[in-house]
Design a protein around this ligand. Structure first.
Ligand SMILES: [Zn+2]
Length: 358
């Protein structure tokens, strides 16, 4: 790999309760907000002080330091913000990896930045993230309170946009391709990479009936990899090399493609969402997310389930208020269930009450 990753985990405590992370689904870019503090300096602080805040990774000009295992939760974004839930379906602390850039003081920004960019490219490659959608900044999730990582980046003439572009460029470069080679998994390997492979294999329908995702690459995993390779006409060797993992990523991605907005809302999924938003079942910002081309298929499916199973609210939209009141005065409706659908026979009754048939 282009850079070494140093794993030196802090002990368990408030900063590292050891709870299992979902995913990880996305990454949050931070800076420490504490100029001159190094990766190891931060590690010592979190290890000894155990504040109820933390991040998995700290990066300075010499070290990429993982202080909490990537499969465990850290506390780097306050729970009461909503953007993380809306965009990713989870609170950042429950499903994201927090990466802190150390800067200022005696830290060489260029060296630290190169490692920071490379590490995000490494995470994108490892977890199949798209840098455009799956890397966000602390300031994007909590704009009222936070300015990182733009604070550190901007001081050094780098915009967030450029940072994302640099991550993409790094992924295209050799640095990450060689990381993939090093990450070749085979019989006898163990650890979180193996566990992730096993989970992915099960997600795409391969069977690990006896041991499941236990993190040990044994005979059962070899057989599952072989079954997968044979299904997709790859070399059947039971080794999870780049060809196999790329295919796996591709299959996994297919299940979660971005919904393509049509631009015209009439009679489309967007129209359906808009209607649900008008009825107060989902937020207007969710419609916007679809129109902006940011909604994944799995999110869309979850939304349909939510919309179809929702009980219509009793709130009457302002635009309908005068007519709704008039209809009650005239005895056409009794004022109950204002947002529920109405059948043809009920429509006939409503028309009769208005005197339309006389
Ligand atoms: Zn932050």
């Amino acid at each position: 790999m282009k850079y070494d990753i140093t794993k030196k985990y802090i002990r368990h405590g408030n900063a590292r309760p050891g709870h299992k992370l979902t995913g990880p689904i996305f990454g949050v870019a931070h800076d420490t907000g504490n100029p001159g503090s190094t990766a190891h300096g931060n590690r010592n602080y979190f290890d000894s002080q155990q504040p109820s805040a933390s991040a998995q990774v700290f990066i300075d000009d010499k070290y990429i330091l993982e202080i909490i295992p990537l499969e465990e939760k850290a506390y780097h974004v306050i729970y009461d913000v909503k953007t993380d839930n809306r965009r990713y379906g989870h609170n950042a602390n429950d499903a994201a990896i927090g990466v802190e850039l150390c800067y200022g003081g005696g830290i060489d920004f260029n060296e630290a930045y190169k490692r920071y960019v490379w590490y995000f490219a490494y995470l994108c490659d490892r977890y199949g993230w798209d840098p455009e959608k799956d890397i966000t900044g602390h300031s994007k999730l909590d704009p009222d309170r936070k300015t990182d990582p733009e604070n550190a980046l901007n001081q050094n003439g780098v915009s967030f946009r450029q940072f994302i572009n640099d991550v993409k460029r790094e992924m295209d470069a050799k640095g990450i391709a060689s990381a993939t080679d090093d990450n070749l998994l085979e019989k006898g390997d163990a650890g979180s990479d193996v566990k992730k492979l096993q989970e992915d294999l099960m997600t795409v329908g391969e069977k690990l009936p006896r041991f499941g995702a236990d993190g040990d690459y044994g005979t059962e995993t070899v057989e599952a990899v072989k079954a997968f390779q044979s299904r997709y006409n790859l070399t059947v060797d039971g080794v999870a090399g780049p060809e196999t993992t790329d295919k796996l990523k591709q299959i996994l991605k297919k299940g979660d493609e971005i919904m393509k907005p049509t631009g015209v809302l009439n009679g489309t999924f967007g129209d359906y969402l808009k209607n649900a938003a008008d009825r107060g079942i989902i937020e207007q910002s969710t419609v916007q997310e679809y129109e902006d081309g940011e909604m994944t298929q799995s999110n869309a499916i979850a939304l349909v389930a939510l919309i179809e199973s929702a009980t219509p609210g009793t709130e009457v939209a302002e635009v309908h208020q005068p007519a709704w009141e008039k209809a009650q005065e005239e005895g056409v409706f009794n004022g109950e269930r204002p947002n529920e659908p109405i059948t043809r026979v009920e429509t006939a009754t409503v028309l009769k009450r208005t005197g339309a048939f006389e």
